[in-house]
Each structure stands twice: as structure tokens, then as C-alpha cells.
Design a protein around this ligand. Structure first.
Ligand code: PGA
Length: 255
């Protein structure tokens, strides 16, 4: 299974910033074998990013959310049809900031993922426990319940288009990444559940880690065979930092 590195730019970077990012990234990024790389940009930046990345076709462009309907009276939303038209190859669904601040539920995440897949996008389905849940020892229960709910209604074929992003909420943007031991335990639990839900196809789904990843800590995290890559926020905004993170992640995996 390829490693997967996905930048999540959140509400950052105008089209002109994406152009600067792309021109700098092109000077260092070597499309390493065995790794898939994507950037989830703001909607308003996706087209400029796609154009700016034309020399790096292996870098997938994606969105940070996607609606479950193709069109209609849904002010402020965006559909998979629109994202495909912009050249997207994937969309995030259920990022913890969407769950926390915008009322995203497991049921809606599952609908978003299913529609994204129907239209040929990969769905990066995000799950993760809060600080309180972590401290109360409820991580596995929370994560498994989110996993089941957020994949509800997907069949074993559809799920092959899913990437799971395990992102402990307490680790996001705090500088406090999970230890590789803690992360590895949760990833193993997720893998076991994916196998029990989807049989052998459950073995094929990448489970990537997110939460304060950096060029410094990624090698250690990816030395765990159950962690298949990273969903990267802050460290993905700078092209050189993101590229170092990818390179160090790949070397960490090789050991
Ligand atoms: P962070 O964000 O790397 O800035 O912690 C990760 C994410 O929210 O996807």
C-alpha cells in the first residue's frame, strides 16, 4: 500500500499564494515512488492550484468538504459534480472542525463520502476523539463508533475509495502530536474494525494520522506499519516544510 500525504490548507491561501506554493514546491518535490500526495485547498483556490500544479500531475487536488446531493437549494454548499468539474480527485469528509463547529454528524459524513465516491472522488473520512474522551480512556469506543457511523451504507467495493484520517482532536494545531505508541494502538483498532466490516477489502484502506505532524516527528510516526501516511495542517502551508515532511516520512517508513 502506498503512503498517503495530504495537505489540509483549511481556510488559508488565496489563488496567488497557491501559485507561489506551486512554483516553490516544484523545485523540491520529486514525486517519490510509493507515495500519493494531495492538497485539500479552499474551493476558491482549487482552480488556480490545479493550473499552477500542471507540471506536477501526480499531486492530487482536493476539497475540504463535499455535499451529498448533486445540485439544488443548498445555499453555501458544494457538490461532488462541481468538484469534479474543478479537477478534484478527492474530498475530505467529517473533519473534526466540521464536526465541532458546524454540526457535522456521522450520518452526514457517510452520505458525503458515498456521493463523493459515486462521482469518482476518493473520500478522506476523518475521525478522532476529543481531549476529554482521550483522558477518560474512551478513545477506542469513540473512534469505532465514528468509524461505523461514517462508513454506514458503503459497500466493500465503495470502501476501496476511502482513506481514513485518524486525527485526535487534542492533537490538531496544538503542537502536541500523539506518540507513535498511542497512535499505533488506535490505528490497529481501526484496521481490525475495517476488516470485520469489509472483509479483505478492509485490509486495503489506508489509515493516515493527523494532528501536529511535522518534518521532525513524521519519521517516528510512520515507522509504525499501521500508520499509512499523514493529513497535515499547519506544516503543509509551506512548500518546503511539506516536502520535507513527505521525504522524512518515507525515510522513517524505510527505517
Ligand atoms: P495540524 O492539522 O497538522 O495543523 O495539527 C491537521 C488537520 O487538522 O488535518
Amino acid at each position: 500500500m502506498n503512503l498517503v500525504f495530504v495537505a489540509n490548507w483549511k481556510m488559508n491561501h488565496l489563488p496567488k499564494d497557491a501559485e507561489v506554493f506551486a512554483s516553490k514546491f516544484a523545485t523540491v518535490f520529486k514525486s517519490p515512488a510509493g507515495a500519493d500526495v494531495g492538497i485539500a485547498a479552499p474551493y476558491t483556490t482549487m482552480a488556480a492550484l490545479r493550473t499552477a500544479m500542471v507540471g506536477l500531475p501526480s499531486v492530487m487536488i482536493g476539497a475540504q468538504n463535499v455535499h451529498w446531493l448533486d445540485s439544488g437549494a443548498h445555499t453555501g454548499e458544494i457538490s461532488a459534480v462541481m468538484l469534479k468539474d474543478l479537477g478534484a480527485s478527492f474530498a475530505l469528509a467529517g473533519h473534526s472542525e466540521r464536526r465541532q463547529f458546524y454540526g457535522e454528524t456521522d450520518a452526514n459524513v457517510a452520505r458525503r463520502a458515498k456521493t463523493a465516491i459515486k462521482h469518482g472522488l476518493k473520500a478522506i473520512v476523518c475521525i478522532g476523539e476529543s481531549k476529554e474522551q482521550f483522558e477518560a480512556g474512551k478513545t477506542n469506543d469513540v473512534v469505532l463508533s465514528q468509524l461505523r457511523g461514517s462508513l454506514a451504507g458503503l459497500n466493500p467495493e465503495e470502501v476501496l475509495k476511502v482513506i481514513i484520517g485518524y486525527e485526535p482532536v487534542w492533537a490538531i494545531g496544538t503542537g502536541l502530536a500523539a506518540t507513535k505508541e498511542d497512535a499505533a494502538k488506535v490505528h490497529a483498532v481501526i484496521r481490525q474494525e475495517l476488516r470485520s466490516l469489509f472483509g479483505s477489502n478492509g485490509q486495503e484502506i489506508p489509515v493516515i494520522y493527523g494532528g501536529s505532524t511535522s518534518p521532525e516527528n513524521i519519521g517516528s510516526l510512520l515507522s509504525c506499519s499501521d500508520i499509512h501516511g499523514a493529513l497535515v495542517g499547519g506544516a503543509s502551508l509551506d512548500p518546503f516544510k511539506f516536502n520535507s515532511l513527505i521525504e522524512n516520512g518515507i525515510s522513517g517508513r524505510k527505517g
